[in-house]
Design a protein around this ligand. Structure first.
Ligand code: C5P
Length: 215
């Protein structure tokens, strides 16, 4: 099944979600946003007042959530409103949760199972091309300057100030790149696209033609 995966990784707010959705539309692929699952775990930890750096407790929470969500996978659970998962406390907690190897192992397992049931899919995250699907058919690594990424996020969400969003983006990148368990890094065979001076349409069409060429 891994042969049918398009993997898209990169730092926060690099344009992964928007371009992945466009690709999914163009090629009729299923789309998975893996960050959502890490966010759900962080959200539940906050709600239940479990310290996010307590490996044992968070791993236990993870197992509990996996058991509870038999009918609705944690990957796609719609009962979690996206705006709730994007609030500041979750943004802060999610990198701590995502650092935990036991959590990553479980989420990785979920993603692989899901992908097996899909004919073709595009999966976005931080470790998709490196750890989850090292044999993905096509891999992309999207980047942009932190300032441009923060600016785009502010325009898109209109919820927080530029300074706060920039600080969050930088802090999360630091945490994601420097953790021991599957840190954020471009896979050697990933197609790197710096989107700083590109429009979404330009990025999407580059990605689409790379997919056609490597299909
Ligand atoms: O993609 P998004 O910004 O929603 O991801 C939220 C957080 O989830 C990231 O900052 C990262 O800590 C974690 N994550 C991860 N591995 C993935 C996807 C997300 O560690 N594959």
């Amino acid at each position: 099944a891994a042969g049918t995966v398009i993997a898209v990784d990169g730092p926060a707010a690099a344009g992964k979600t928007t371009t992945c959705l466009a690709l999914a539309n163009t090629f009729g692929l299923r789309y998975l946003e893996s960050g959502r699952t890490y966010r759900i775990i962080a959200f539940e930890a906050l709600r239940r007042e479990i310290p996010v750096d307590d490996t044992r407790e968070i791993t236990g929470l993870c197992d509990e959530l996996l058991m509870e969500s038999r009918t609705e996978s944690l990957l796609t659970a719609e009962r979690y409103a996206s705006d709730k998962l994007r609030e500041t406390p979750v943004n802060v907690a999610v990198s701590a949760v995502a650092k935990i190897a036991e959590v990553r192992q479980r989420v990785t397992g979920l993603i692989r199972l899901w992908a097996k049931t899909q004919a073709q899919c595009v999966v976005e995250g931080r470790d998709i091309g490196t750890a989850v699907f090292p044999a993905a058919r096509v891999k992309f690594y999207l980047t942009a300057s932190p300032e441009v990424r923060a600016m785009r996020r502010v325009r898109q969400e209109r919820a927080d100030s530029y300074e706060n969003v920039l600080a969050d983006v930088i802090r999360r990148d630091e945490a994601d790149m420097n953790r021991a368990a599957s840190p954020l890094v471009a896979a050697e065979d990933a197609i790197r696209i710096d989107t700083t001076r590109l429009t979404i349409d330009q990025v999407t069409s580059r990605m689409a033609s790379a997919c056609r060429n490597q299909g």
